[in-house]
Ligand binder design. Structure first.
Ligand SMILES: NC(=O)c1ccc[n+]([C@@H]2O[C@H](COP(=O)([O-])OP(=O)(O)OC[C@H]3O[C@@H](n4cnc5c(N)ncnc54)[C@H](OP(=O)(O)O)[C@@H]3O)[C@@H](O)[C@H]2O)c1
Length: 292
């Protein structure tokens, strides 16, 4: 099996690069070798490599900045994935693509399932939703995994920000009205790799037979406030923190360019039933991540 991994320096891409190594021939590319905002570049990369499977871990993920750079976010999150899927179909390849809980407005009041109607609140959410639709409309062998609150210990993310704030401020104000599920990039990478392993005899046929949209996050849910508290508790260098108190805040206390959904927890039942795989509880994953 020839696998092409796009975006191997991102949070998820870095972990996929590790976990996919044992599965066959792996070509890993990052910007600028692959530029998802450049249709000609995408087409030529697929023609040159003709992989059996592409895993697209690239994305424009700066949720606030996307509000002022909608064209770039659209090119990378929306147009690029569609072109990738189209080109791959010509060469009978399969694609695994990722999306986000931010396609929802967070008003459902319980965990979202795949056929709930998405109504994104931000440019990022809109472009990711349009990217899903573009990949799906091409048909063929595609899996789209919608995930939430991805973190790693290697790139700037909520975890690194909380650890940084804990060394700068005695009091932290963290929103307690945004609820979803923190998902360790490694959980996501390992589970993706397990899915590919299940279909390794004929990956294109396997993905075509199971094609579609799946919710895929670590298990459970929490507010950002609870997540921050856990990060501080599990910090292996806790003695260097200067934070004395963490206070709950409301999203409306912060002036952010993009609006976030308040409750965007994803139900992963469809994924679990289809593939027989379960992701870890978010707290167990965070504990392992903080030790890694
Ligand atoms: N992060 C989250 O909280 C979150 C939540 C839900 C869903 N997701 C989804 O999960 C997937 C993985 O996210 P992540 O957190 O791993 O993202 P990430 O860490 O921001 O990584 C994104 C990758 O895309 C690359 N990239 C940016 N612009 C590009 C371009 N024009 N052409 C090619 N590559 C480009 C980045 O390269 P550089 O390193 O050079 O910038 C980076 O390698 C994405 O689909 C994302 O939408 C993420």
């Amino acid at each position: 099996m020839k696998i092409l991994l796009l975006g191997n320096t991102g949070q998820l891409g870095y972990e996929l690069n590790r976990t996919l190594l044992s599965l066959g021939e792996l070509i890993a590319l990052d910007f600028p070798k692959i530029d998802m905002s450049d249709p000609d570049n995408i087409r030529s990369i697929i023609r040159e490599n003709q992989p059996n499977l592409v895993i697209n871990a690239t994305a424009y993920t700066n949720v606030d900045k996307a509000e002022s750079e909608p064209e770039l976010a659209m090119a990378i999150n929306e147009t690029g994935p569609g072109i990738l899927a189209e080109e791959l179909k010509k060469f009978h390849g399969a694609i695994i693509h990722y999306s986000t809980d931010y396609v929802f407005d967070g008003t459902k009041g319980e965990a979202y399932v795949e056929n709930d109607e998405p109504t994104p609140l931000s440019v990022y959410g809109e472009t990711k939703l349009a990217g899903e639709k573009n990949v799906r409309s091409v048909g063929g062998a595609n899996l789209i995994f919608r995930t939430s609150w991805v973190y790693s210990t290697r790139r700037p993310c909520f975890v690194s920000k909380v650890l940084e704030w804990a060394r700068k401020h005695e009091t932290l104000h963290i929103v307690d009205d945004q609820i979803s599920t923190p998902t360790w990039a490694r959980s996501l990478a390992e589970t993706t790799t397990q899915v590919i392993t299940l279909g390794r005899d004929n990956i294109v046929e396997y993905i075509a037979n199971n094609a579609g949209l799946y919710h895929l996050s670590d298990n459970g849910s929490c507010s950002r406030f609870e997540w921050a508290q856990s990060i501080l508790t599990l910090d292996p260098e806790k003695e260097t923190q200067i934070t004395k108190e963490v206070l709950p805040a409301s999203s409306s206390d912060f002036d952010t360019a993009a609006q976030r959904p308040l409750r965007s927890t994803l139900s992963c039942e469809k994924f679990e039933k289809t593939f027989g795989l379960i992701l870890p509880d978010w707290q167990d994953a965070l504990q392992l991540a903080m030790q890694s």
